[in-house]
Design a protein around this ligand. Structure first.
Ligand code: HEM
Length: 473
């Protein structure tokens, strides 16, 4: 691809740019993109995506993680050096052998903790999902009472859902320390990509102030949790001070490596970001899509009745809920349209991809959006860029082809470890709303769209607010 002349279309509207590339370029080869004096490899076909996502020896996610902690979260320099020992693509510090660096690296420990606490079939996932439901039900009962309410979509999801999820993972007391954490989080989130792109700091005072306040709160939360519960009981999965056991395990791992309080707080702030930057926008979009399609709601209500019982006590048959065909299709379709991640990697050694050599030191991007708009999803009466709740209700062969192009959670060794947690929260939150309330959406500020300039980072936030009318059944 020739010199594009300007990085602006790329950074301002990543999704548009990717669609344009797919239109003008042959579909199934990688491209080199010269941008701001750098070469970036671009992969836009499902077949190549499946190939590159599996290359973990010469394509590093760790180097990006290092940059995220350095530029966005500003982990103290000395701590960052310790944190990165043994990372893929990071040379060991002077005097340390590669073997020693590999022996003490922490990424494998964190990955093990994710598996142990969050994966399908684990006790952790069961208990956290159940806690989430209790929290979410409490929030919606508090706002709605017995009658009918009109509530801002942003308030419902970006405040109430935020807190229901955050209290599950960080315990019940973070809210006492930082009652404005949800609002600060979204202020920080608006600057996330800009901080990574080295936008001058003076242009982002709000995002930086919000970030620093949140990290300060994380420090207080951490000190309090350490004081109240220095050790988790071996059979305990959740407690009110730490939230999920994994938070305590992560901090213990960092303490053993001598990281400072600040670094430990920054690291947990990273998790707070992973937890909240994606799921709330996906839920917002799923609700918007469902409520914009009045015929869908009664069908979903009927399905959900077979998996969620409201009285005398709320109870959910999780495995039945996760297998409801239409609900699953709506979930997959919502993720397809609302998520735009870059799946970025740094090439750490020359790598042959289908006969093309990706050179050491360069970046590779494999944007999910290119896959999510690929022809495999097209239908004569339901174009690929429009929501259609029944799109994934196809036979198994067809579905397999679709799933090869469905990459909201990326893949490979860093395949989102929160995907089961996310699914449980999304299914649970929407399932309960659907069953308890008659709902209606109003968009008084115009049709809600993807927030501009946010594509590429994950699920894309709605650009404006709307109102949801909820009436108890
Ligand atoms: C619908 C919601 C979500 C989406 C679309 C999503 C998507 C992603 C993506 C695309 C990645 C990067 C993978 C890569 O490039 O290889 C990722 C990583 C990650 N996600 Fe999620 N995520 C979601 C929810 C969650 C939740 C709820 C949690 C926490 C409970 C979480 C925790 C993480 C973590 C810790 C990583 C880093 C993994 C690593 O370093 O190995 N995510 N996620």
């Amino acid at each position: 691809m020739p010199w594009l002349g300007s990085a602006i279309p790329f950074s301002r509207d990543f999704d548009h740019f990717i669609q344009w590339v797919r239109k003008i370029m042959p579909p199934d080869i990688p491209y080199s993109l010269y941008l701001g004096g750098r070469t970036i490899y671009l992969v836009t076909s499902p077949r190549l995506y499946a190939k590159v996502i599996r290359i973990s020896k010469t394509m590093s996610f760790d180097l990006l993680e290092r940059d995220i902690f350095r530029k966005i979260f500003e982990m103290p320099k000395q701590d960052l050096e310790q944190y990165c020992i043994g990372m893929h693509g990071v040379a060991p510090p002077p005097g340390m052998s590669q073997e020693e660096a590999n022996r003490i690296e922490m990424a494998t420990k964190f990955a093990g903790q994710f598996k142990e606490n969050w994966f399908s079939q684990t006790e952790g996932l069961k208990i956290l999902s159940q806690r989430f439901i209790v929290e979410w039900e409490r929030h919606i009962d508090d706002i709605i009472g017995k009658g009918e309410v009109k509530i801002s979509l942003k308030r419902l999801i970006e405040h109430h859902f935020f807190w229901a999820a955050t209290s599950v993972h960080f315990g019940s007391h973070l809210k006492d320390i930082a009652p404005d954490a949800a609002e600060l989080f979204w202020e920080f989130e608006e600057g996330f990509l800009k901080l990574f792109q080295d936008t001058p700091r003076w242009m982002l005072p709000g995002a930086i102030r919000a970030r620093d306040k949140l990290i300060g709160s994380m420090e207080k939360w951490l000190l309090q949790a350490l004081e109240k519960v220095p050790e988790f009981a071996s059979d305990e999965i959740w407690n009110e001070w730490w939230g999920g056991r994994i938070l305590w395990q992560r901090v213990k791992t960092l303490t053993a490596r001598g990281l400072s309080l600040r670094a430990k707080a920054v690291h947990q702030f990273g998790l707070l970001w992973g937890l909240n930057a994606n799921t709330p926008p996906v839920i917002s979009w799923m609700l918007i899509y469902i409520l914009r399609n009045p015929l869908l709601l009664p069908k979903l209500q009927k399905e959900v009745e077979s998996a969620i019982v409201l009285a005398p006590k709320l109870s959910i048959d999780w495995s039945a809920l996760m297998r409801l065909p239409l609900f699953l299709s709506v979930y997959q379709e919502s993720l397809r349209l609302s998520v735009s991640n870059m799946t970025a990697r740094i090439v750490t050694d020359d790598t042959d991809v289908d006969g093309y050599i990706f050179k050491k030191g360069r970046m590779m991007l494999a944007p999910s959006r290119a896959l999510h708009l690929s022809p495999v999803f097209d239908h004569p009466s339901h174009p690929v860029n429009e929501f259609w709740g029944e799109r994934f209700l196809v036979d198994e062969g067809e579905k397999l082809k679709m799933m090869n192009s469905w990459r909201p959670f990326a893949g490979g060794i860093t395949y989102c470890p929160g995907r089961y947690v996310a699914a449980a929260e999304i299914y649970g939150a929407i399932g309960i709303l659907i069953l308890k309330f008659d709902m209606r959406l109003e968009e008084p500020y115009g049709s809600i769209q993807h927030s501009p300039g946010r594509a590429g980072t994950g699920a894309v936030r709605p650009d404006r607010d709307g109102y949801i009318f909820l009436k108890r059944k």
